[in-house]
Design a protein around this ligand. Structure first.
Ligand SMILES: [Zn+2]
Length: 302
């Protein structure tokens, strides 16, 4: 999930489930190879049988507890939503749906919590993800699960000089698995929370192609990229998410995407050329072929 999705979900959870008491817990109703349960960090991303065994403890650990707060934190691999319950945090990176009292829950889910007022919360995920229930330390972070050093793009610490240093301190000629802008910005948790969905909106803003070589851009473009990151993230959060995503009530966000499955084949909002979709780095990239040209580093003369 991207930081914006986490943040939109977190804001909504704050207003819907914080303060409620959990009266019923169903964990791992629909076992999935890539949904991981763990009550201690040493079991994180463990084999399926270990994970399924861990899930059996969730009912006892959560029943009768009050949801005290909702926050977003970085983990080693992803951003997580945190729901604080007693001395533990339920950390998850799965699509989340809230159901008002009387509303029917989904048939399949990974974790289902029913609250004292009859409302409920379901974590579902066909693509997989983590559903951890770790103890938290005095800073409210999950014990033994240190976040990466990179500051949140939403914070002041994520400054222009920080971003330029991040580029300068990376050997762009040796970027793996590709030397591209998408690889630099949206893989390896280099910039936590910047994922494939918001990447395309940022790049469209600055007319940079996701398949361009990162080293083919100059400092002026890096600065414009930074400005776009700082502009698009808060704008999407304020809009309640992208129009390609869904919030915890099942409604799409109101941020009108420029380059996404919603605009594929439609005229670019800037130049009118049809938006295209291509595979790149194990996912799709969307861009305008006219105003986001692909720039490659010129090979030396051999
Ligand atoms: Zn265009």
């Amino acid at each position: 999930m991207s930081l914006v999705e986490n943040q939109v979900v977190s804001n909504q959870l704050q207003n819907t489930v914080v303060g409620k008491t959990i009266v019923k817990v169903v964990a791992n109703q629909n076992p999935h190879t890539f949904v991981w349960f763990a009550t201690e960090p040493q079991y994180a991303f463990a084999a399926a049988e270990v994970s399924h065994k861990q899930a059996e403890q969730y009912e006892a650990l959560l029943t009768g507890k009050v949801i005290e707060n909702s926050e977003v934190h970085f983990g080693s691999y992803s951003t997580y939503n945190f729901l604080y319950v007693g001395d533990r945090a339920l950390m998850f990176s799965l699509p989340t749906r809230y159901y008002a009292p009387g509303e029917k829950p989904p048939k399949r889910h990974q974790l289902y919590l029913v609250f004292d007022d009859g409302s409920s919360l379901a974590l579902c995920g066909s693509l997989g993800g983590a559903v951890y229930l770790f103890r938290v330390d005095e800073n409210g972070l999950a014990a033994d699960y240190p976040p990466p050093d990179t500051p949140s793009v939403l914070s002041d610490e994520f400054s222009e000089s920080f971003f330029l240093d991040l580029i300068k301190n990376t050997d762009l000629a040796k970027l793996k698995p590709a030397k591209t802008v998408k690889c630099f910005l949206a893989t390896n948790n280099r910039i936590p929370g910047l994922d494939n969905s918001i990447l395309h909106e940022i790049l469209w803003e600055v007319q940079v192609n996701p398949k361009s070589d990162m080293a083919a851009l100059g400092e002026a473009e890096y600065k414009r990229l930074y400005a776009a990151i700082k502009k698009v993230f808060p704008a999407v959060i304020a809009a309640g998410g992208l129009d390609t995503g869904k919030d915890i009530f099942g409604n799409p966000g109101t941020y009108a995407t420029q380059v996404s499955r919603n605009t594929l084949g439609k005229p670019c909002g800037r130049c009118g050329a049809p938006i295209i979709k291509e595979p790149h780095l194990g996912g799709a990239v969307y861009y305008c072929p006219k105003c986001q040209p692909i720039l490659k580093v010129k090979r030396s003369g051999f």
